[in-house]
Design a protein around this ligand. Structure first.
Ligand code: GUN
Length: 293
């Protein structure tokens, strides 16, 4: 069994990006810039956004964190989005999800300029993704593709089972793995809460992507010997022995499943860090488009 080391890979990708930024600065160009909009005080969202902003600093990007109260109105949030859309020095931005229940998140995502939508969540960009056209690939599935690529894991002809149909991970992941492209060409089985016979379906997987948000849902009897298991879950479970009262576990029962796998991504230290690296790559892509290189 080999670990898919998101810590190492993301550090390498960030080093590569940093060199690109230095080269751009040497040519007299400004720094790339990413902004993040965070609404409310959800500890997990705060932690993800902090990690995104810190990674900007590490790679030489400018960044802006826009923290808003939980009770911000739809109109005020839309106004901020319009300001970000017209900021000519901003390459891309994200609105951290989930948003509070009183916010219409569909309208918010549609208000983002697709050219700055480095999350790739806008319907225009999602449409392009589903047609196999060039676009911003949502950061988590993009990070998973980078993981496969950097570990030289061939996907062509393999059976990939995707657990979960969120717009952020499961749906784009299933589309990407079935595309006629490098790190695609899989036979994809896309499963969800209404799937019957999940254990047997999972057992057929050469590549199993767990993105359902249920702690340690994938058990050893659901995994084929030699499978590649990618764990997208980041779940906080109570742990009285932990300093902060919780520990992070994935959607996979790592201890039991890992010995059966050829490759497995850990939590923490796996997909989460790749998501941040992929977001930086998307921001760099937008920056390069603006500066025509
Ligand atoms: N919430 C969970 N994952 C993501 C992500 O990749 N982007 C945003 N904006 N919100 C998220």
């Amino acid at each position: 069994m080999q670990l898919l080391d998101g810590k190492l890979l993301s550090a390498n990708i960030k080093k590569e990006i940093k060199i690109e930024v230095e080269n751009a600065l040497n040519k007299g160009l400004r720094r790339p810039k990413l902004a993040a909009v965070l609404v409310g005080h959800d500890p997990a969202s705060q932690s993800y956004v902090r990690s995104k902003i810190k990674s900007c600093e590490q790679t030489g990007f400018d960044s802006d964190l826009i923290s808003l109260d939980e009770d911000v109105t739809q109109e005020d949030l839309l106004q901020i989005i319009h300001r970000l859309n017209t900021d000519t020095l901003l390459d891309g931005y994200i609105v951290q999800l989930p948003l509070p229940a009183h916010i219409n998140d569909e309208e918010i995502i549609r208000a983002v300029d697709p050219a700055k939508d480095v999350d790739g969540f806008h319907p225009f960009n999602m449409g392009k993704l589903s047609l196999g056209l060039e676009t911003f690939i949502p950061a988590t599935p993009y990070g998973i593709l980078l993981m496969l690529e950097r570990y030289n894991i061939k996907t062509k002809g393999k059976i990939a089972v995707v657990l979960g149909r969120s717009n952020i991970v499961g749906t784009p992941m299933a589309l990407l793995l079935s595309r006629k492209a490098a790190y695609g060409n899989c036979t994809v089985i896309h499963t969800h809460s209404a799937t019957i016979g999940l254990t047997n379906i999972c057992k057929s997987a050469d590549i199993l992507i767990a993105a359902i948000g249920v702690p340690e849902f994938v058990k050893a009897d659901m995994v084929k010997p030699g499978a590649i298991v990618i764990d997208v879950g980041i779940n906080r479970v109570e742990d009285v022995n932990a300093k902060n009262g919780y520990r992070l576990v994935g959607d996979v029962d790592f201890e039991k499943v890992a010995p059966k796998c050829s490759f497995i991504s850990p939590v923490p230290g796996g997909v989460g860090l790749m998501t941040v690296a992929a977001l930086l790559l998307n921001t760099m892509k937008s920056y390069k488009q603006k500066h025509h290189f």
